[in-house]
Design a protein around this ligand. Sequence first.
Ligand code: SF4
Length: 378
Amino acid sequence: MNAPDLTTPHHETTQQLVDARTPALPIELIRADAMLPVLETIEDTRHRPLQDLRISVTDRCNFRCSYCMPKEVFSRDHPFLRHDQLLSFEEINRIARVFLKLGVTKLRITGGEPLLRKHLENLIEQLASLCTLSGQAPELTLTTNASLLAQKAKILKAAGLDRVTISLDAIDDAIFQRLNNMSVPVATVLKGIDAALAADLNPVKINMVVRKGINDGQIIPMVEHFRHSGIVLRFIEYMDVGTTNGWRMDEVLPSSEVIRRIHALYPVHPLEPHTAAETAQRWAYDDDAGEIGVISSVTQAFCHSCSRARLSMEGRLFLCLFAGAGYDLRALLRQNLDDAALQASIAHLWQQRDDHYSELRGQGMQPLRRVEMSYIGG
Ligand code: SF4
C-alpha cells in the first residue's frame, strides 16, 4: 500500500472525509414478523454470535497520535462533526437496548476520546440501567487516553461504569509527548490511572500499540513500571486501520517477539483465556508480579471468534474494524419504527455478515476503503 500524501491541505469536515472513504449504506427495513424464530443469540454466516457493541461518542480527540489521528490530516482548524450531527444519548441508548435483545452482553464506549463528550456520565447512567437477555446489567467499559480521567473517574463509577482500558504507548515523558503530538505529559495520564484505581474501575487495563523503531524500546520500561501494580498491561500489534497513517508491515513487531523480550528479563508463562472470544493472549509473570497480554491482530488473526459490532457517533453500524462502509442506523431510527422492526433489521445484517479482514490480510488482500480508527474507535 502506498503511503498517503500528507502534504496536501485537508479542509474536509470529518463527515466529508469519512463519506469519501466510507459511504453510508442504506438498511432494508425488515418487518419484525419476517424475522427468523428468535433465538437466545444470533449468529453470522461464520457462526459467530453478536456479543459486543462498541459505541463511539465523538470524532474528536485531544491527542494526535500518528497511527490514529495524524496531525497533518487532522489539523488545528479541522472541522469536526457538529453536535447536532452526533447521535443523541437517547438514540444511543435505544440502539444499545435493541442490541442487548440480540444477545449483546458488553458495551464499550470509545471515540475519538470519549471523555471529550460533555456529560458522558449521563449516557453511562442510562446504559447501566439496561438489561441483557439473562436479566443482568451489561458489562460497561470505556477506552480512553486518560488525560481527563483524573476529574472524571469517580463520577463515571458512580454512574455505573465497570472498568476502563487506557491507551498509553510510552512511559518516558519525552517519548510520550512526541507520540501524542500535543505535548501532553505522561504524568497527566498516570494521574488518570491512579484515579481509575482509586475509583475501583477494575481491572484497569493499559493498551500499548507497539511500532518497531518508534516505541518498541518502551516495552521493558512499561513492564517495569506496571509490574506489581495490579494493572494488566497489553501490547497490541500495530494495525493498518484506516488509510491516513501510512501503515507498513515492517513497523509491526510480532507479539512473539514482545513476549521473547519480556521473558528474557522477567520470565512469564501463558494463562488460559477467560472466554473463547477474548482477543488478548494472557501471560503471567513467574514471580507473581501480575498479568500481561498480547493482542496479535496482524500475525495471528482472531476473526474466527470476532463477536463485535461498532456504532459510529453519527449512527452508522460497522460489522468489522476494517469495513469500508457503515450501515445507516440513524436513518432507520428516524423512520419512527418500533424496536421490534429495528431489532429485525439489525439481526438481518448480522446474519449476513461474513467479515474476516485480518485473515484476508494474511493472504495479501487489501480493501480499497477502510474506516478511520479515530472515527470508530479501536
Ligand atoms: S478484522 Fe474484522 S472480523 Fe477480523 S477480528 Fe478484526 S474486526 Fe473482527
